[in-house]
Ligand binder design. Structure first.
Ligand SMILES: [Zn+2]
Length: 82
């Protein structure tokens, strides 16, 4: 990443949350879950019938915030939950 010393605040796209921001949100919000429409830009969301069942949440299998199918199955290809 570009580390300019004169910009203490990193630029951020208001329509997109970084992975760190997603993890922070998940840790701090009571519900412990974030809907995909909150974190994924509209143009990257699945426009098909599946988008309702996807969400980001902390995965106990891989220890990270990942996309989950139907709020249950971790979709991270590196997840070893199975
Ligand atoms: Zn996982």
């Amino acid at each position: 990443m570009n580390q300019g010393g004169n910009m203490p605040q990193r630029e951020r796209d208001p329509d997109y949350m970084s992975r760190e921001e997603i993890e922070y949100e998940v840790r701090t919000r009571p519900a412990q879950r974030i809907e995909v429409w909150e974190t994924v830009p509209v143009w990257e969301q699945d426009s098909g019938a599946n988008d309702e069942g996807y969400c980001y949440e902390h995965c106990g299998g891989c220890g990270r915030v990942t996309e989950h199918d139907d709020c249950g199955t971790c979709l991270d290809p590196s997840c070893d939950i199975w």
